[in-house]
Structure formats: C-alpha cells, structure tokens
Design a protein around this ligand. Structure first.
Ligand code: ADP
Ligand code: MG
Length: 695
C-alpha cells in the first residue's frame, strides 16, 4: 500500500487540529480519518411541514418563506425570523453572527431550511441556528444524506464539531485521486458484488443515495471482518503447524467405562463432541477446543470420557475449576468413576493441607496420579507432572488466557491437549471472533427427561402470594434460593436491601432455618453456609450472586431473584440454572419494580418465555452489544470500526468462510490474484499497534 494511508494527519489539518484529533479521537493518519466513519446520516431528502412537527421530531427540513426579520435587544440579543410554509409558521432564531444573515435574507423568496425543532414554554415552534439554503424557483438543490460524526466537547470548541469533520473528510476525499489501492482482489469484488475501496470511502462519507450507502457499508464491513478472521485463522494455522500434538488413540479404557459403568445414555450432542475430541487427540495436532453447552447439558462426563483416552496411553490429565466448591464437586464425581477403573485421583486447592499437598505433588511428579482435579492452585510453580497429556478448564469465562498458558507449560516436552468448557453460551458471531483460534463444539440439547424450569414474573404487590408459594415448596421438603443484586456502585444500599430482605424472610418463615451468604463474608464462612444449605440444614438461602457458578443442590427447586430488572440476561439465566437440577419441577420467580425500562422489560419477558441459553445469549447481544457481553470493552478484538457483531452475522459468516477457503488454498497468499490480500495482511500486521490499538 502506498503511504497515502499512513501520512500523518498533520499534513491535512495543521498541527493544532492534528494534536486534538490524535488526542481525542485517536486519529493519527489519513487512514484513521478515512476510517472515522459517520455513526449516522441525516436524510435531507425528506421534506416535512411545520404543522407536522412535534417535540419528538429529530432534525427536519422545511421549504417556505421568510415573512419578517426582527432584531431583539431585550434580554438575550437575538435575531428572530418568522418562517412560513403552507401549513403554518415558526420562528427561526440566531443568537450571534447574524449581521450576514440580515444582509443575505430576502422576504418572500423560497428557502429550504434545516434544523432541530424546539418548543418554547409558550408552545411556539422554533428552530435555533437553522441552516438555510436558497431555492431557485422550483429547482431544489441536490439533496443528500448528511454524515454525522462522533466528536468531543474539546473538538467542538476548536471547530472540529461534526460539521468541521465533514469539511476535513471532504478535503481528504478530494485528494484521494487514484491513490487508493484495493485491499481486496478484483475476483472477490466481483464474486461478492462489492464496491471498490475508493467508491466505498466516497459513499460512506458522502453517500450518493441510500443504495450506495448500503453498498459502501457492506463492502467496508466485509473487508473488516474478513481481515479479522484471516488473522485469527492464520494464528490458528501457525499454532497447529508449530504444535505437534502427541497422538492418543487408545480407546480401551473409554470402552471399558462406556460399556460397564456409564450411568446413563449420552445425548447426541455429547456423542458428537466426544468423537470430535477423539479425532483431535488422535490427529497428531495439538487440540485447542472450546466446548459450549448450556447449564446441565452434561459437559463433565464428556471431559471425563475424553480423559480416559489419554490415561490409557499412560499420560496424566488435569481439570481446573474456578472455585473450590466446583472443584470439589468434580472431584467427588470423578472419584467415584475413577474407583471403578482403579485410577488414582486427587484434589488440589488452596486449602489443601501442607502435608497432604506434598504427598499429592510427589505422586503427581512420579506419575502415580492419573487425574488431578483443582483450582488455580494447579498453576503454582511447584506443581509438576510426570507427563501432562491433556487438561480441561471448566467455566472458562472465569479464567483468563494466562491460565490457559500456565497449564500449557506444565509439560516441557510437548504441548498438552486442551479442552475449555463454558456454560455461558456465546452467540455464534462472538464465538467466531473471540475464539476464532479455537475449534468449537456445542451441545445444544439437555439430557432427556429434564423438566424445564417454570419462570414467572411478579411485582412487589404479589409478595404474599410468592411467600405462600414458597411455603408450599417447603412443605414438600424443597429448598429455596433468594438472590439479591449487589453491585459495586451501589454496594452500601444493596447491602441494606439484602439485610432487610433477610429480616423479612426470617419474619415470614419463623420456624424455618435460613442461611445468608454474601461477598463480604470470608471464604471459610461462605463455605460453612454453603455446606449447611447443601446438607439441607438450612432450607432457605438468602444470598447475592456469589452462588452463581456451578453450585449444585438438586433439592433446591425455587430461585427467587429480587430486583431482577437489575441483572443482565446472562446472569439471570446462570442464576436460574441453580435450580432444575433434580427430578422435581423447579421454578424461577423474578421480582421487579413496577417501573421497568423497555430493555428491562424485554429481558424479563425473554426469561419467562425461554429456557434456551443460546436464544438468550443472542438477545443479550442485541440488547447490550458485544463489548458488555464479553466484559471486554477495551479489547483489541472488539475494536471494530464499522461491523457490528450483533447485526452483521451474515457478513461475518461469509467473510469467515472465505478466509477459511483462502487459507486452505493459498496459505501464504502467493497466488498473483491474492496479491492485494498479501499486501493488506502484511500492512495490517505492521501498522504500529495496528489491530490492537485500543480505541
Ligand atoms: P454442565 O454441562 O452444566 O457442567 P453436568 O456435566 O454437571 O452439566 O451435568 C449435569 C447433570 O446431568 C449431572 O448430574 C450429570 O450426571 C447428568 N447427566 C449428564 N449427561 C447425562 C445424560 N446423557 N443423561 C442423563 N443425565 C446426564
Ligand atoms: Mg459444569
């Protein structure tokens, strides 16, 4: 690519403005400015009438005549013009710079004006500082879609408001000339019917019409997503080539367990996943696989069965969970299975006693232990294996990339195979983007015979009814969770709510043992509370979201969520997943305030309507956007300038398929036709900070 793109913005704007643009909008080069796309457009093709204006009307365009002009000196100095069309009158008002307007404006000549209507306290319709243009007879000036750019207060004070940026863009585009080098090969432009880059730049900033705007957007989104995918897939390819995996293909233990001890029939999703994992383990390439499956879809047994393939070849396996509670649960389940196969297993957490810990580390080191279950404690430096062949990370969203890498180094000879599991379903578009370097398996169905959880929504006035319902469930011997929001920003108030809630529950159920658990308690006390609830010593647990991950108390059948409107959708779904773990019908009760925002209402309605985590994740993506959803606002991956992962799924799929094809057919982009890809890919990698520059 020639250096037009990389020219310093100073050349265009002079140094003062350049400083501001760099500082405020992270615009350093010509390309940065070209790719500072409008965030919306004002359609100047639509004419409105004065009679039709309401306080809710956004910017409007009107045709009409100026009937009078008057300078007002009383109060704030201003110029007021009376403007009239065939439906009524309104006032145009200027507070400064009006001498040239007085000179220019003539009565009874037709004008086209543009502005955002406001209503005075007396109900008078007004336009403050409207834009005016003169109409020659009936000939209307060529109308257009006006680009609106993000700006900042500081920029606005320095003539770089939206309009100022429009001027810069015009100037820059006029210099574009023939210098825009295509970033996509001609054959792809033809195949996908895409505008050239130059046409796309022109039309994204100054669209000829709606159709051209759509085409420009599509072209730029496609290009953006294509290169993101290309980068991810390339990274995967490099990794796969580099990391030869150890071949594990001994299915003897797996078959033994499968035919003799497996306590249930696997679902199709489980079977498919195990097959995919087996293919990876026996492929000679190192496995990096993400397993997504809703709460209760049975991921654990998939992990266990896969482990058996590795253990049968005398290598060791590890499973790491984000909390001690969860690690213990895995351990108990695996311990039972391991016993049936005469395998040695141990649990290692932060609270493992010193002596026992030493014993475990020794047995791990010399290879006596086949399976180790644990928390972060597994990552500690003194934990070493005889031969770690395979590890599983459960509830991956609780861990960072560093933890993955930490376990990878536990085998100095070869990279162990890796399986990452998550019960937080991620919409496809996000999975493709965030985990583009992983292979993905998804279990969509739950084991048969599960009763689906019934979800209901109540307002405060139904509290008695809810308590009555809880009594009924208590009489049946069941247990109840009551969850309160506890959000950092309002922690003190929330804490009061929690305590008040606890008091009122105690009053309502005086004969029932009730526990309370929250983040302010130390982990030993939390542990004690959790155990009491697990053992059914407490029947109701009043708590905050500390119980969110993995807790399994099958006898709990009711999840009451207080102030449910304050939780995010995924979180509500995770909380709901704490019930419905036994054979009895379970319930989720969402209590909310009477006043619900539109989004709040939509969230609650969704929860009532569906139990499907993937559906919920898709909606969550639409409501919150990808940044919030992944908790990664600042992530380089999300630094998309034009594509929107919540809306552009179809373009992403196409771009991803294309990237895959190209990497397969021409991995080094050596074919002459792919020269533009080679150049752009190399350029993007080289651009300082490039993709990962934080916006
Ligand atoms: P998650 O995917 O949420 O980790 P688990 O692996 O904890 O789910 O499984 C939830 C429960 O379902 C466990 O008690 C497990 O034994 C049981 N389970 C798993 N697979 C099946 C199956 N195919 N049929 C019946 N029960 C199953
Ligand atoms: Mg699980």
């Amino acid at each position: 690519m020639d250096d037009f793109f990389s020219r310093d913005i100073t050349l265009l704007t002079g140094s003062d403005k350049a400083q501001l643009l760099k500082h405020e909008l992270n615009i350093h080069t010509y390309e940065d400015l070209l790719r500072h796309y409008p965030f919306r457009y004002e359609d100047r093709n639509n004419l409105s009438t004065i009679a039709a204006l309401t306080p809710a009307t956004p910017g409007v365009q009107l045709n009409g005549y100026i009937k009078s002009l008057q300078k007002v000196d009383k109060g704030k100095k201003r110029l007021v013009a009376l403007f009239e069309d065939h439906t009524g009158q309104l006032e145009l008002i200027w507070f400064h710079n009006f001498s040239w307007i007085i000179k220019k404006i003539k009565p009874n000549v037709q004008y086209r004006i543009w502005g955002k209507p406001v209503f005075s306290p007396q109900g008078q319709k007004q336009l403050i500082h409207p834009e005016i243009c003169f109409l020659f007879g009936n000939q209307v000036e060529k109308t257009q879609l006006l680009p609106i750019y993000h700006s900042t207060e500081r920029l606005k004070r320095n003539q770089l408001d939206a309009k100022g940026i429009v001027c810069l863009q015009r100037k820059l585009l006029s210099q574009l000339g023939a210098t825009v080098e295509e970033t996509l090969p001609q054959y792809l432009l033809t195949r996908y019917k895409l505008l050239s880059l130059k046409e796309a730049f022109k039309n994204i900033h100054f669209p000829g019409n709606q159709t051209l705007l759509k085409q420009a957007q599509r072209r730029l989104k496609f290009e953006e997503l294509f290169y993101v995918q290309l980068k991810l897939l390339k990274a995967r390819q490099v990794r796969v080539e580099k990391q030869n995996g150890k071949i594990f293909n001994n299915v003897s233990l797996l078959n033994l367990f499968y035919h003799n001890y497996l306590p249930f029939h696997l679902t199709n999703g489980q079977k498919e996943t195990i097959k995919a994992i087996y293919r990876d383990l026996s492929s000679g390439k190192q496995m990096n696989r993400l397993l997504q499956g809703d709460v209760g879809s049975g991921k654990t047994i998939v992990a266990f069965l896969s482990m058996l393939v590795v253990i049968a070849s005398k290598a060791q396996v590890a499973i790491m969970a984000p909390t001690e509670v969860l690690a213990k649960q895995h351990f108990e389940r695996f311990h039972l299975f391991a016993g049936q196969l005469n395998l040695n297993i141990a649990l290692l957490t932060g609270s493992t006693k010193k002596k026992e810990r030493e014993h475990i580390l020794y047995r791990l080191k010399v290879g006596i232990l086949h399976i180790i279950v644990g928390t972060h404690a597994l990552l500690s430096d003194d934990v070493s294996f005889n031969e770690l062949g395979f590890f599983v990370i459960d509830e991956q969203h609780r861990f960072g990339v560093a933890q993955r890498a930490g376990l990878l180094t536990k085998n100095p000879v070869y990279a162990p195979h890796m399986l990452i599991m998550t019960a937080t379903p991620i919409p496809r578009t996000l999975a493709m983007t965030f985990y583009g370097d992983l292979d993905i398996s998804t279990i969509y169905e739950l084991p048969s015979g599960r009763q689906s959880i019934q979800t209901q929504h109540y307002y405060e006035n139904a509290r008695l009814k809810v308590f009555h319902f809880i009594s009924g469930q208590l009489l049946l011997g069941r247990q109840i969770y009551i969850v309160y929001p506890l959000i950092e920003a309002s922690a003190a108030l929330d804490y009061n709510d929690l305590m008040a809630g606890y008091t009122s529950v105690c009053r309502a159920f005086p004969d029932i043992p009730i526990g309370i658990m929250h983040g302010k308690m130390d982990s030993a006390s939390k542990d004690i509370e959790m155990k009491r609830f697990e053992k059914n010593e407490t029947r109701i647990l009043v708590t905050t979201t500390v119980i969110e991950v993995g807790v399994n108390v099958p006898n709990a059948t009711v999840m009451v969520i207080e102030s449910a409107e304050r939780f995010g959708l995924s979180q509500l779904h995770q909380l709901r997943g704490r019930v419905g773990r036994g054979n009895a019908q379970s319930y989720c009760i969402l209590m909310t305030d009477y006043r619900l925002s539109k989004v709040g209402k939509e969230r609650i309605e969704t929860m009532v309507k569906t139990n499907n985590g993937f559906e919920i994740a898709e909606l969550d993506l639409r409501l919150r956007g990808p940044g919030d959803l992944m908790g990664l606002q600042q992530s380089g991956v999300l630094n998309l300038k034009i594509a929107d992962l919540s809306k552009d799924g179809a373009i992403l799929e196409a771009a991803c398929r294309l990237a895959k094809d190209i990497i397969q057919q021409d991995p080094e982009f050596q074919h002459p036709d792919n020269l533009p890809i080679y150049k752009e890919y190399t350029r993007l990698l080289a651009v300082a900070g490039g993709w990962n520059r934080i916006g």
